[in-house]
Design a protein around this ligand. Structure first.
Ligand code: NAI
Ligand code: MG
Length: 360
């Protein structure tokens, strides 16, 4: 199979973990007889430094000419005083908008060998394996009107939560599609006891459900969902929700696995060009020190192999290698207990490659 992969390393540890992902993908290409053509573009702070904007047109062009996009992370203290319109994070919002990435998918799975890293009891973590599908291009983060007016104590600020039926339908459909290939349960999270947009969300979910008779649909209020996520997370299969609710719930859920360095994500479009990135940021506190855990990036690349290219066997091989290396007690600093040996980013990647090669 011949594929072009656009790599946007971004800033901080984004660059380090992207190098790792590229090496792993190269091994996969060689082992399975694929040809991966890697192209590379600027985004975030490094793009601001070199081109003056967080998402240069040439980067978008590079993405549009690719079969899938891998992104590292953006941001860092260097750009913190940048005007809001020209901050690294704007590059993320812009690429989502430009590529029509409307669904953010975050799998949350508890690795048994990392249970001691999680603040949760073993009994709570047992069987945790769910996916959060977050709406990414609408809702409270993009609703108009939004802004300030008046002054003094009468000054007011407004944000608007608005969705079209079409936007709700496509994200709920994405969740049902995902659930069809999993344990066949969708939990639609809203605030329908208060918000009109949530009531339309709920109605739309019921309409979509009719197309998927084999998938169970439950509705849950967002406050209850926040509680259930830590009380009984194993009950969930696919959670689908609005942009802001999803932002909060997915960060909450990330605590279950014990480290940000383990969590991959995908952002899906309707036209087939999807983007994959780790959940974590650019980690300025450890950037440039060869300390970052590259596994979230590697697992994001595995999601790409599966979702964008349909390479199930290759994706599973990468995921098994990660599992194997963790089971063998290999740990980067974020995963290691006080008495455990700490691997560098590069050493961790070398372990993954070795495990892939042994398997074949
Ligand atoms: P962060 O995720 O970068 O770091 C939080 C903590 O987790 C840090 O202590 C960091 O060292 C650790 N950490 C994160 N990923 C790790 C990995 N792979 N291996 C080992 N340790 C890891 O979040 P923070 O500190 O809130 O933000 C730092 C910068 O990243 C900011 O500029 C922020 O805006 C940006 N950011 C970018 C995101 C993106 O590109 N999607 C997402 C979140 C934050
Ligand atoms: Mg967040």
């Amino acid at each position: 199979m011949k594929k072009t992969i656009a790599m946007l390393p971004g800033d901080g540890i984004g660059r380090e973990v992207m190098n790792g992902a590229r090496e792993v993908l190269s091994v996969i290409a060689e082992q399975y007889g694929h040809e991966f053509n890697f192209t590379s573009g600027l985004i975030g702070g490094s793009a601001i430094d070199e081109r003056g904007v967080p998402l240069p047109d040439e980067t978008l062009e590079l993405c549009r000419n690719a079969d899938a996009v891998l992104l590292g992370a953006v941001g860092g203290p260097k750009w913190e005083n940048q005007a809001p319109a020209n901050r690294p994070e704007r590059g993320l919002l812009a690429i989502r908008k430009e590529l029509g990435l409307y669904a953010n998918v975050r799998p949350v799975k508890a690795f048994e060998c990392l249970e001691e890293r999680s603040p949760f009891k073993k009994s709570v973590l047992q069987g945790v394996d769910f996916v959060i599908v977050r709406e990414l291009t609408g809702g409270l983060y993009f609703g108009k009107p939004s802004g300030r007016s008046g002054s003094g104590e009468k000054e007011s600020a407004v944000d608007t939560l608005v969705y079209t039926k079409e936007e709700v339908r496509r994200i709920i459909k994405a969740a049902f599609e995902m659930a069809s290939g999993r344990r066949k349960k969708v939990t639609s999270v809203d605030k329908a006891n208060v918000l009109e947009s949530s009531r339309m969300w709920r109605e739309t979910a019921e309409e979509v459900k009719k197309e998927y008779p084999e998938v169970e649909l439950e509705h849950m209020l967002v406050d209850n969902a926040a509680m259930q996520l830590i009380q009984n997370p194993a009950r969930f299969d696919v959670i689908v929700t609005e942009n802001l609710f999803g932002d909060i719930l997915s960060d909450e859920a990330s605590v279950l696995t014990g480290s940000l360095g383990m969590l991959p994500s995908s952002s899906l479009s309707l036209n087939g060009l999807h983007l994959y990135e780790p959940v974590h940021g650019s980690a300025p506190d450890i950037a440039g020190e060869n300390k970052a855990n590259p596994l979230a990036m590697v697992l994001s690349a595995a999601m790409m192999l599966r979702t964008s290219f349909g390479l199930e066997e290759e994706a599973s091989a990468v995921e098994s290698a990660v599992q194997h290396v963790l089971n063998a007690g290999k740990r980067t600093g974020d995963l290691a207990a006080a008495d455990e040996q700490v691997l560098t980013t590069e050493e961790m990647i070398a372990e993954i490659k070795e495990s892939l090669e042994e398997d074949n």
